[in-house]
Design a protein around this ligand. Structure first.
Ligand code: GRF
Length: 214
């Protein structure tokens, strides 16, 4: 089995990163987390990244580099240095510029806390869902393209929105689904089950295992 080398970009708490690290530690995991980069040195998620074995951990802050593009170029350089094949943005609060997106075509996976295309392009998707009065929300794992939150959808999970929900209760219900969905979507990518057809990602059967020898 080939194991896909994954780099994760974070900005904060890192609970989705923790879910991915747990999933990658399972014996049959088709991917391994080799690098974690935060754009904030104080991100809580860096703590769990540093506790994981064999994960290179970096903070690449905007301060000290000439531009956002230069910051992301440094992130791409580090990821390449670790042989990263797939990048996951898990609570990463920067928009990735075209140079970074072009460096990993159809190979950047994002988790967003709404059922896209609803509540795209916002860091307050749960609050906006409540304000809109929707009865169902959820989360989306999608490929990153130049257009924010608009890339091919790999997987989604829905949750009910209750009349007495607060941003905190709805966010917690969605987050529990994110922790299942992101490792699932990562597995689909790593096993070659995601085929992009225009704006859509089509999920195909896993390729057959090579015949066993002996
Ligand atoms: C998650 O809700 C994610 O969907 C959104 O930001 C939050 C990050 O949480 N993009 P965590 O840092 O993974 O705990």
């Amino acid at each position: 089995m080939t194991v896909t080398r994954v780099g994760v970009l974070i900005s904060g708490r890192g609970s989705n990163l923790a879910a991915l690290l747990d999933a990658a530690a399972l014996p049959d995991a088709p991917y391994t987390i080799v690098a974690v980069i935060s754009n904030r040195a104080g991100a809580a998620g860096l703590v769990c990244a540093r506790e994981a074995s064999r994960v290179a951990v970096y903070a690449v802050e905007r301060a000290g580099v000439a531009s956002r593009a230069a910051q992301q170029a440094e992130m791409a350089r580090l990821l390449r240095a670790h042989g990263v094949e797939v990048v996951v943005t898990a609570g990463f609060d920067q928009i990735l510029g075209p140079a970074f997106v072009d460096a990993y075509p159809e190979r950047i996976l994002n988790i967003h806390p709404s059922l896209l295309p609803a509540f795209a392009g916002t860091l307050r998707a749960q609050e906006e869902a409540l304000a809109a009065g929707v009865k169902v929300s959820g989360c989306t794992a999608h490929l990153v393209t130049a257009e924010v939150d608009a890339g091919p959808i790999v997987a989604q999970a829905a949750v009910p929105v209750r009349d007495d929900d607060t941003v905190a209760t709805l966010s917690a219900r969605i987050l529990a689904e994110e922790h299942r969905l992101l490792p699932h979507a990562m597995r689909l990518l790593a096993t070659g089950q995601v085929r992009v057809e225009g704006r859509r990602a089509v999920i195909i059967a896993p390729p057959p295992h090579p015949p066993a020898h002996g």
